[in-house]
Design a protein around this ligand. Structure first.
Ligand code: KIV
Length: 271
């Protein structure tokens, strides 16, 4: 797909090709225009407008409260910014689980109003009817298995999923069902690396991991976490690429001090 004025170089076809050539896929979240533009400039393959916006943008404890309207707002801001990467938008909790008709109308709203490229849906066989209905409208769907944060109240904890054989077998069966249904990729969150490798080897579509080890086809991180903006969130899978929180604190403190001392603005900083 090529959008006028944009040059989406990452398509579902390109992602399949990347998997078949063993080229790793890099995905990051973004929720706003300015950071999405920087992530695009850095050369990312996929931007996920994650419902983790509920946590890192809005301060909720879980991803459940974010609404369809709020996800559309974030998606619009990101789509306005980016040229090259594929933009995938999370379908928020409560907009696709119960009723596949509702799933289609939610999906169509996101795609029409944001002009994103694809959607991500959490869950396996339980939501397969919704996924199939969405796919039947021509909207590409990325699956999400393992730790699925929208089901946190069912799990009761954010600990590693599918350590036991029964859950691991279900996860593999779900991945095969998502592939068969026509999903173009699957995110695997917080599962044993061995299982991540097995799933990636069992499906032809790309498998993108977050805490699923190095044997999958790509990786995704939440931007705020990898930039070191959250001191509190420190799972083993998280590599922090910066300590932006400290940098920001320093800048804010310097500004406050300059205002209070009268150093800012100086003669060159006024009209
Ligand atoms: O919402 C999100 O950011 C996600 C990633 C953790 C994969 O779903």
């Amino acid at each position: 797909m090529s959008v006028e004025g944009k040059n989406r170089i990452i398509t579902t076809q390109r992602l399949l090709e990347m998997k078949s050539k063993g080229e790793k896929i890099a995905m990051l979240t973004a929720y706003d225009f300015t950071s999405a533009r920087i992530v695009d400039e850095a050369g990312i393959d996929i931007i996920l407008v994650g419902d983790s916006a509920a946590n890192v943008m809005a301060g909720h404890e879980t991803t459940l409260p974010i609404t369809l309207d709020q996800m559309i707002y974030h998606a619009q801001s990101v789509v306005r910014a980016v040229k090259n990467p594929m933009v995938v938008v999370d379908m928020p909790f409560g907009t696709y689980q119960g009723d596949s008709k509702q799933a289609v109308s939610s999906a169509i709203r996101i795609m029409k109003e944001s002009e994103a490229d694809a959607l991500k849906v959490e869950g396996g066989k339980e939501v397969i009817e919704s996924i199939k209905r969405i796919l039947s409208t021509g909207i590409p769907v990325m699956g999400h298995l393992g730790l699925t944060p929208q089901s946190i109240h069912k799990f009761g904890t954010y600990s590693v999923r599918a350590r036991e054989e029964e859950e691991a077998n279900k996860l593999l069966a779900d991945a095969l069902s998502l592939e068969e249904a026509g999903c173009f990729a699957i995110v695997l969150e917080k599962i044993p690396a061995e299982l991540g490798t097995k799933v990636a080897a069992s499906v032809k579509i790309p498998v993108i991991g977050i805490g699923a080890g190095g044997g999958v086809d790509g990786q995704v991180l939440v931007m705020h976490d990898m930039l070191g903006l959250n001191k509190e969130f420190s799972p083993r899978f998280l590599r922090r690429y910066h300590d932006l929180r400290s940098e920001m604190l320093k800048a804010f403190r310097n500004y406050i001090s300059d205002v209070r001392s009268g150093d800012f603005p100086n003669d060159q900083e006024q009209y």
